[in-house]
Design a protein around this ligand. Structure first.
Ligand code: ADP
Ligand code: MG
Length: 315
């Protein structure tokens, strides 16, 4: 039977370090060297079994998603990811589960050159809390409060796939593999976020539904947004799975982990170039206007109301 320290050793044995980690796993805390002229960007997200992922999710995918949702927050700030911590609450000391979890977590970590530098391991209901850290050039981060009237509103990738996968799961329908992958393995838009620095006026990642999340940009920037709900980018799988419901999921689903950002019309060409170079589609979906709140319209110009605003843990 593996004990707490065996589990920690199992983790330690597999991690890659970085030159800027002066002290990693094994002491009371980690020591990290932050480059001159940079600001530390810190974010934390918790995944609870049954809330943030279906109970039967594979350990690999839980590991991947636990880091991905945090990297998505760093991406939304335009940050260069560097370090992370991992706090695990595990129902039992299942070494095989941990190995599968680490396969997913560390595959994503290594593809972004991010080092695991510490954490905590306790017994309890399955819950994973990750803190991700990165850096931006001082004063250059992409924030929520910079949107300006007449900005274009963009979103990366496609929306609604993960919400469709969840719907399909609850309905007991045959799961489309592409949709399921979008639920289990979100791709944090790190490269796109880095390239949007100096270009985008405001940015966030879409995790709780586009309209609700864009509402945060509007609130913080003291502006309003008009969205064309028929312009929202949809995958082929989504169009095939439920054409009648796709707008609901795209506008107000959740778990998309795409970036939503605003930029002045003078940047349209630059943004098209970045989309081509990063191979991340960037679709213009609306405008920033004076006022407050987010309104959606269909292709015919009629206001479109979502069935619900977005995800809220306490509602
Ligand atoms: P302390 O009791 O001082 O908090 P721990 O015994 O909890 O220390 O942890 C020992 C070392 O192992 C610390 O460096 C801690 O950051 C690291 N650690 C513990 N759990 C994890 C984990 N799940 N992932 C990464 N590092 C971990
Ligand atoms: Mg501890």
């Amino acid at each position: 039977m593996a004990g707490e320290f065996d589990l920690i050793e199992r983790i330690k044995a597999r991690i890659a370090s970085r030159d800027d980690v002066a002290l990693g796993i094994g002491d009371d805390a980690a020591l990290l060297d932050l480059p001159q002229g940079r600001q530390l960007v810190v974010t934390a997200d918790t995944l609870n079994a049954g809330v943030h992922f279906p109970h039967e999710t594979r350990p690999f995918d839980i590991g991947w998603k636990a880091l991905a949702v945090n990297l998505s927050d760093l991406a939304a700030m335009g940050a260069q990811p560097a370090w992370c911590t991992l706090s695990l609450s595990l129902p039992d000391n299942d070494a095989a589960w941990l190995d599968g979890f680490l396969d997913g977590f560390l595959e994503l970590a290594s593809s972004h050159g991010i080092a695991l530098v510490g954490g905590d391991t306790t017994r309890g209901p399955l819950s994973i809390a990750v803190t991700a850290m990165g850096w931006v050039e001082s004063g250059k981060a992409l924030r929520r409060d910079g949107a300006q009237v007449d900005d274009d509103v963009y979103v990366t990738g496609t929306l609604g796939d993960a919400a469709a996968a969840l719907h399909s799961l609850f309905a007991g329908a045959v799961m489309d593999r592409v949709l399921r992958e979008r639920l289990d393995r979100p791709m944090p838009r790190v490269a796109a976020g880095l390239r949007l620095i100096g270009l985008a006026h405001a940015c966030l990642d879409v995790s709780d539904g586009l309209l609700q999340d864009l509402g945060h940009i509007c609130e913080r920037s003291k502006v309003a947004a008009h969205i064309d709900v028929d312009a929202l980018p949809a995958s082929r799988s989504l169009r095939r799975y439920a054409p009648a419901l796709r707008r609901d999921w795209q506008a107000a689903g959740g778990d998309d982990y795409e970036l939503c950002f605003t930029a002045p019309p003078t940047q349209r060409e630059a943004i098209a170039r970045i989309a081509a170079e990063t191979q991340v589609p960037m679709t213009r979906i609306g405008k920033i206007v004076a006022g407050q709140g987010v309104k959606a319209f269909d292709a015919g110009g009629v206001e479109w109301l979502p069935p619900r605003a977005g995800y809220d843990h306490f509602r």
